[in-house]
Ligand binder design. Structure first.
Ligand SMILES: [Zn+2]
Length: 142
């Protein structure tokens, strides 16, 4: 399927609005050194438009695992649940960091389904978070 080109000005507007943090795992491009990607919250393949209201920033890993999906099974109830929406929902109402700051814990069905599908606690990012915590860069404060 073809992917619509996202105009530079629209990318700039989304970056100005969102900042430098992945909407899902909260990783920042300053720490990872890898630019965040402008992603469609509702994928184009499911009718999502290339407009600011449907765009956010995600790291490469979250964007890749999200793919063309909008929902996943909540591991607790096994019911299909929409992903956390970084534009309309507040991250800290759906997730929190564990005590050492290396794992994201889901507090709602949306949060838990998103952690599973986007692999927000995959072994690579957890190892990286351990180093970020030691450096004093993580978890984010706000
Ligand atoms: Zn991410």
């Amino acid at each position: 399927m073809s992917i619509t080109y996202i105009p530079v000005e629209l990318r700039r507007q989304v970056r100005a609005e969102v900042g430098q943090r992945c909407g899902y795992c909260q990783s920042t491009e300053v720490i990872t050194g890898i630019p965040l990607e402008v992603e469609h919250i509702i994928p184009e393949s499911l009718g999502g438009k290339t407009v600011q209201e449907n765009l956010w920033l995600a790291c490469h890993s979250c964007n890749k695992f999200k793919g063309n999906r909008i929902q996943f099974a909540d591991p607790l109830t096994k019911k299909m649940i929409p992903f956390f929406n970084p534009r309309t929902q507040n991250w800290s109402k759906h997730f929190h960091w564990n005590l050492d700051g290396t794992l994201i814990i889901g507090d709602t069905p949306n949060g838990r389904a998103t952690i599973e599908a986007l692999r927000l606690n995959n072994e690579y990012v957890v190892k990286a978070r351990c180093a970020w915590v030691i450096a004093g860069w993580h978890p984010p404060i706000d």
